[in-house]
Design a protein around this ligand. Structure first.
Ligand code: GAP
Length: 440
């Protein structure tokens, strides 16, 4: 895309997402609630498409990975074993003057960014990011549980169940998509950092000593997945973590970073070598044997784990950024989302040329005929040009126009979002033609 294009700001994106029904601020009529967002009618379609594409590539198209869907609330001992109770925290300081709280590692100097007081910060204290709640009728420490901050732990606690029930041999993976919760101190940048978000995680169990190979392999695989969905390669890179950045369970991690127009290179996905940390700790804390019998060597081993972990919301944000274009068409600006058809919320729009009642029956008939095949929208309000623009702005790859000739020749026009090219297709061939153009 040309260098001269305007950069997409957060404000423009947030406004488009709200105006067109992708993402709304959570609990908006009550003034919102920081770090929580609601996906609207188009947003939920796109989010489901992202999850489906990930699941297909991770589980359906492979024979070495299976899926699970575990409970969000787990026995609290899980989080002691995983190290999250002791170590999943950020350093916090309070401003003694205005009482506001900040992440110590996000402050530039000694001056409060809210009230300007100098030298008024308290000592940094760790603040655990896990949300707490209670199970049962008594609210005491014995009934306290956590909302999971990652889905990964259920893949470790179910390791033996999966090996046994699915007769798995190393290397193999367990995948899961689900909600995670973190009481982030500074949520923000729209859906980049939320307090409630969804992750797509896969734990790949392998023999000790092969983990570096699988780490490199999965970094490559994940980069290729984004590229296969049309994310521009020049906006993607893999960056190895510095030692001090590593999570408590990892000896080596790569961030797959994206060049966000508004904030530069930042994390999109993490690919971590979690070693045998989790399985070892769960063996120790639960007293259950979580080893794997290696028939080749005749030994019981604790597998190593390589984990690609991608936030659905962050992936959604990246797809929006990467697809957005303001294009000059004659003396107008056309806003278009060049979303991959697999990700686009609406695949096809039926647009009668006008609201003339002669066009209505055939248009409605086609709308009903296409709905079982594709997520389809019908729109007959305003001029055809404005309706094309509306579909461009939500990333609909194909529009089908019904005109007066259609009533005579049983054919309609397909208009393509990216090229704006139009072609005439016979109605009985419409589904097949649309399917082909969508790459379905
Ligand atoms: N199980 C590994 C793990 O939890 P992480 O790097 O903390 O690793 C994985 O999180 C991914 O989840 C991140 O790369 C990001 O895409 C997403 N993510 C993490 N925290 C998030 C938040 N507060 N809001 C939205 N997405 C988040």
């Amino acid at each position: 895309m040309a260098e001269s294009e305007p950069q997409l700001t957060f404000d423009t994106l947030v406004s488009l997402c709200k105006r067109r029904g992708f993402v709304f601020p959570g609990s908006e009529i009550y003034g919102g609630i920081g770090g929580f967002w609601d996906y609207g009618p188009l947003g939920v379609e796109m989010k489901n498409n992202i999850k489906r594409a990930w699941w297909e590539s991770m589980v359906q198209e492979r024979d070495d990975i299976v899926g699970i869907d575990a409970a969000i609330v787990m026995n609290p001992r899980v989080w002691e074993a995983s190290g999250h109770v002791a170590q999943f925290s950020d350093p916090m300081v309070d401003c003694k003057s205005c009482k506001h709280r900040f992440r110590a590692d996000h402050l530039d100097g000694n001056v409060c960014p809210d009230c300007g007081a100098v030298g008024q910060f308290t000592e940094a204290r760790p603040f655990n990011l896990m949300f707490k709640t209670f199970v049962g009728p008594v609210e005491d420490t014995a009934s306290q549980v956590y909302l999971r901050p990652e889905t990964a732990q259920a893949m470790f606690t179910n390791f033996d169940n999966v090996v046994t029930s699915m007769r798995r041999k190393l290397p193999f993976g367990i995948a899961q998509i689900g909600k995670s919760f973190r009481n982030e101190i500074t949520p923000g940048n729209f859906i980049f950092r939320d307090r409630e978000f969804e992750v797509m995680e896969m734990e790949y169990f392998c023999k000790p000593g092969t983990d570096q190979h699988w780490l490199d392999h999965w970094v490559e695989e994940r980069l290729n997945w984004f590229k296969s969905l049309g994310v521009r390669p020049e906006n993607l890179r893999a960056r190895a973590h510095e030692k001090e950045e590593l999570s408590h369970y990892s000896t080596g991690t790569y961030d797959i970073e994206y060049r966000y127009a508004s904030m530069g290179w930042s994390e999109l996905e993490g690919v971590a070598d979690r070693t045998d940390f989790d399985l070892s700790r769960h063996s120790e804390y639960s007293g259950k044997n979580l080893t794997y019998f290696d028939e080749e060597s005749g030994e019981h081993i604790i597998p190593y784990v390589v984990e690609p972990a991608l936030g659905v919301d962050r992936c959604f944000l990246v797809m929006m950024y990467d697809a957005y274009e303001e294009e000059k068409v004659r003396d107008e600006t056309r806003v278009v989302l060049h979303l991959n058809p697999a990700i686009a919320p609406i695949k096809v729009a039926i647009l009668p040329l006008s609201r003339n009642e002669k066009l209505a029956p055939l248009s409605r008939e086609l709308y009903a005929a296409l709905r079982p095949h594709f997520m389809t929208q019908f729109d007959d309000a305003q001029s055809i040009g404005r309706r094309y623009r509306r579909q461009d702005e939500i990333g609909t790859p194909l529009c089908v126009t019904v005109d007066f000739d259609s009533l005579e020749d049983n054919a309609v026009t397909i208009r393509e979002r990216d090229s704006m090219e139009q072609s005439r297709v016979r109605i009985e061939e419409l589904v097949a033609a649309l399917r082909e153009k969508l790459g379905d």
